[in-house]
Design a protein around this ligand. Structure first.
Ligand SMILES: Cc1cc2nc3c(=O)[nH]c(=O)nc-3n(C[C@H](O)[C@H](O)[C@H](O)COP(=O)(O)O)c2cc1C
Length: 237
């Protein structure tokens, strides 16, 4: 029988996956992904939690060059629009960033949201309709971590027109693309996010993102021990 607890080695494995997962854009190799590995990764994604067990995701696997080129064109256009929103001197920095690996990666993968799966009533989605989209994001994170364990890099490209994506992939009107991902073997998983290495932004301290009981409350005495631990900024990575 499977134990309820993880032993130390199993825990280390999970934390290693979490802390060494990266968004990969520039380190893809041309090596194809083994189909058994890809199946395992997709199965991990499919075992994510979902509101009311609605499993509202679909995974569209893409190799076709023509499709990828269309998506890349959309990226180029949208990236140009984005760059116009950035003021100098950050603008030239922005333009130097590598923000996609659409053509270099072994495959592309579009993960979609279907709000109609299992009919209009979904347990837990009545008050917060976005819970359906959140469920798809849970699947994406499972996929990202499983890929890391398999040595496969994943890069999320959101600088795209969803309309162009829908046309290129022939999505029905009610299907919403949530993520466009590039997957492939990599030469390395960087130690830090590329945007941190490039000096764009840094990781916030854990202490900066935790409040106690209420928005912006930092000093609540019922949380003393954890406040101290968090201040020490426990780094597992
Ligand atoms: C919803 C979402 C959209 C993203 N879109 C892009 C993107 O269009 N291009 C890109 O280079 N990275 C994209 N990223 C990756 C983030 O930049 C990356 O996760 C962040 O810089 C932290 O780096 P890490 O994932 O390596 O830890 C996206 C990530 C998320 C979660």
């Amino acid at each position: 029988m499977m134990s309820n607890n993880f032993n130390e080695q199993e825990k280390d494995g999970l934390y290693k996956a979490i802390f060494s997962r990266r968004d990969v854009r520039s380190h893809f190799t041309s090596e194809p992904i083994d189909d058994e590995i890809l199946t395992r990764i997709l199965n991990a994604a499919h075992h994510a939690p979902s509101v009311g067990f609605s499993q509202p995701w679909n995974f569209i696997l893409i190799k076709n060059e023509e499709t990828r080129k269309k998506i890349k064109e959309s990226f180029i256009l949208e990236n140009k629009k984005a760059s116009e929103l950035v003021e100098d001197p950050k603008k030239s920095k922005y333009l130097s960033l590598k923000l996609e690996g659409i053509l270099e990666s072994a495959i592309n993968l579009c993960i979609t949201y279907d709000p109609t799966k299992f009919g209009p009533f979904v347990i837990g989605r009545t008050s917060i309709p976005e819970a359906g989209i959140y469920s798809v994001c849970c699947a994406i994170q499972n996929l990202w971590l499983a890929s890391r364990v398999e040595g496969i890099g994943v890069g999320w490209v959101s600088i795209l027109s969803n309309e162009e994506l829908k046309k290129a992939l022939e999505l029905p009107e009610h299907i919403m693309p949530i993520a466009y991902l590039c997957l492939g073997h990599v030469t390395e998983f960087a130690k830090k996010p590329d945007l941190e290495t490039e000096g764009w932004l840094s990781r916030l301290k854990l202490d900066d993102v935790i409040y106690y009981e209420k928005w912006e409350e930092k000093q609540n005495t019922n949380w003393k021990k954890i406040q101290e631990l968090i201040k020490e900024n426990l780094e597992y990575a």
